[in-house]
Design a protein around this ligand. Structure first.
Ligand code: NI
Ligand code: MN
Length: 227
């Protein structure tokens, strides 16, 4: 499966010819200034929670592409009120078969207000099961025992996408434990270095994963990797 990183927690994957974009925050990220949001293709936009550093470019990309939004009920309603009607609401513990695979909305320990201060439901993550592989994007979250349910309910996880920047989410040490909880060796690290509170020592983070028999993958912004 190809994964393209767009900076912060934004990435896309291509599964069965469908492009699935996660948590688009590009135009507000100075490190992603070479990415043109008008060139991003998407059939789906999956949104983990309502914070601006996860939804800033949803409206523009949804209007450009006609992509279907998938998120919690409150966030889908919030975008619907802005005229983006192509949405699929979910809530925690639920799964749905889309044309590229099964999506589950799973627990995250975080908060989820919208940029205008309105209620953004509870934050979540996604587990994607597809013919091309399974992966878990935790969204912004603390390390939580709930992660242990994921391999029990969803089976083998081929790779995870975890925040590693600390302060607002788990840091890389807890992300190693999270990978242990879901029995997964490969982690794509996101949500680090974008702004002051989440700057990390990347070499130290990689070493911590290696020391525990795991691989921390840190793609460059704009880079596409095969997983
Ligand atoms: Ni957040
Ligand atoms: Mn965030």
């Amino acid at each position: 499966m190809d994964l393209t990183f767009y900076g912060h927690s934004c990435f896309s994957v291509e599964i069965e010819g469908k492009k699935i974009l996660f948590d688009p925050f590009i135009s507000g990220n100075e490190f992603a200034k070479d990415i043109d949001i008008n060139k991003i293709e998407a059939d789906y936009i999956l949104i983990s929670h309502g914070h601006e550093d996860h939804i800033l470019d949803v409206e523009a990309i949804a209007k450009n592409t006609g992509a279907k939004l998938v998120s919690n009920y409150e966030i889908i309603n919030w975008f619907s009120a802005k005229g983006i009607e192509n949405g699929h609401p979910m809530n925690h513990g639920g799964k749905w078969q889309f044309d590229f695979g099964v999506v589950r909305y799973v627990n995250a320990v975080h908060t989820s207000s919208m940029p205008d201060g309105s209620y953004g439901g509870n934050p979540g993550g996604f587990v994607i099961e597809s013919k091309e592989g399974n992966f878990y994007f935790s969204g912004d979250t603390a390390l939580t025992f709930d992660m242990k349910l994921i391999p029990l309910t969803c089976g083998r996880i081929d790779f995870c996408v975890f925040p590693i920047g600390d302060n607002f989410t788990m840091g890389f040490e807890d992300a190693v434990t999270a990978a242990e909880f879901v029995n997964c060796e490969r982690v794509v690290g996101v949500h680090y270095d974008t702004f002051g509170y989440i700057e990390i020592d990347k070499e130290k983070a990689k070493h911590e994963f290696e020391r525990n028999g795991k691989d921390l993958i840190l793609p460059k912004i704009g880079e596409t990797i095969s997983l």
